[in-house]
Design a protein around this ligand. Structure first.
Ligand SMILES: [Cu+2]
Length: 365
């Protein structure tokens, strides 16, 4: 990213440039947010004029105001405001309604209902979302290799779309002459997607419609976990989806993300660290739903982890402290802390960390 675009990102974040567009595109913004932004802009303007005029200004690039203290880093988003608790969501896996088919196969029935829903990504940062089952990200659907999966989709949102279940879903199931992802479901419509969980792994599902990027960042994205026939070793299992959202959308201008998070709410697990125990095996199911940036990443402090890319192997691909995923990619990360303490984990793109994708593990004996 060039310095110019990096600066303009920060201008949008810190300045009032974004406010008109934000108010019209992303809904309500309080006056207190505007006033914080306005004071931040005036100091940034000083810096900019000093740079452009190449004068003997005492301001230097390093004087650019710190991101620390931006509005969405202060305060809290109550679980009741969004209707879901990001902490509970970490361990909230949806096994569907299970039954046994006559051939002995386990059949799992899931329901996805798309609705329009305003969500808070941070205090006072409202996203006019479109989500599955009232949450962002969508349910963490879970099955075991060999299961038959049926997803009943009801579209109650104003976004006409189909859902694609990535590598697991045959494009042309019996009786369907064309790719089922090209059969959009309008508002009030329904569809049934049925397929076998042929191979264990971590998959994503997302809305197919145009423009896809728009519906993804608004929330029509989820994770589908297929366990191996012999379960992975016991661990504290946490599901995390990395995402970003622009605070402003202008016609004919590529959107730029200004707020980042895992499981929707910026800085949620920085303000409320995730508690784990010393010597407790931890397993993260990680997916990247970030649009408008080419990659996202997870970097862990004070530890190394095994990476199982796509979760499709029982043998780790890498032992590292950072994993990078492009949009739609997934991984399983496994680690254990030997010493108590506070350990940050965050995007290794510093700008993403500054803008919300920063979290902490609180490790106790
Ligand atoms: Cu770090």
């Amino acid at each position: 990213m060039t310095n110019q675009s990096r600066l303009s990102r920060r201008m949008i974040l810190g300045g009032c440039i974004g406010l008109a567009g934000l108010a019209s595109n992303l809904g309500a913004l309080s006056t207190s947010l505007q006033s914080v932004h306005a004071s931040s802009l005036s100091s940034q303007s000083d810096t900019m004029s000093g740079m452009s005029g190449m004068s003997m200004s005492s301001k230097a690039i390093g004087d650019t105001p710190s991101m620390v203290g931006l509005p969405f880093q202060k305060g809290d988003v109550a679980a009741s405001a969004n209707g879901f608790d990001p902490l509970k969501m970490l361990t909230d896996f949806d096994p569907g309604k299970a039954s046994r088919l006559s051939n002995g196969q386990t059949f799992r029935d899931y329901s996805l209902i798309a609705t329009n829903k305003n969500l808070l990504l941070g205090p006072q940062i409202q996203l006019p979302g479109v989500v599955y089952n009232g949450r962002l990200p969508g349910p963490f659907i879970r099955a075991t290799q060999g299961d038959r999966i049926r997803i009943s989709f009801a579209n109650q949102s104003n976004v006409t779309h189909s859902i694609n279940f990535a590598g697991l879903q045959p494009s042309n199931p019996a009786g369907k002459p064309q790719d089922v992802t090209l059969e959009p479901v309008p508002k009030g419509g329904q569809a049934v997607y049925e397929f076998n969980a042929n191979h264990f792994g971590v998959y994503t599902y997302q809305a197919f419609t145009s423009p896809m990027a728009d519906t993804t960042f608004r929330g029509l994205f989820g994770m589908l976990i297929v366990d191996p026939p012999t379960p992975r070793p016991k661990a504290l299992e946490l599901a995390m989806v990395m995402s970003g959202s622009p605070l402003e959308i202008k016609p004919n201008v590529a959107p730029v993300n200004n707020i980042y998070a895992i499981n929707a709410v910026a800085f949620q697990f920085f303000k409320h660290p995730i508690n784990i125990k010393v010597n407790q095996p931890v397993r993260i199911y990680l997916a990247n739903a970030t649009e408008f940036d080419r990659i996202n990443s997870l970097h862990l402090h004070g530890n190394l982890f095994n990476v199982y890319r796509s979760g499709t192997s029982l043998t780790p691909n890498e032992f590292t402290d950072t994993v990078i995923l492009c949009h739609g990619q997934t991984a399983i990360l496994e680690f254990m802390y030997k010493l108590p303490g506070q350990y940050m984990f965050h995007a290794h793109q510093a700008i993403f960390s500054d803008e919300g994708w920063t979290s902490t593990f609180n490790v106790t004996a």
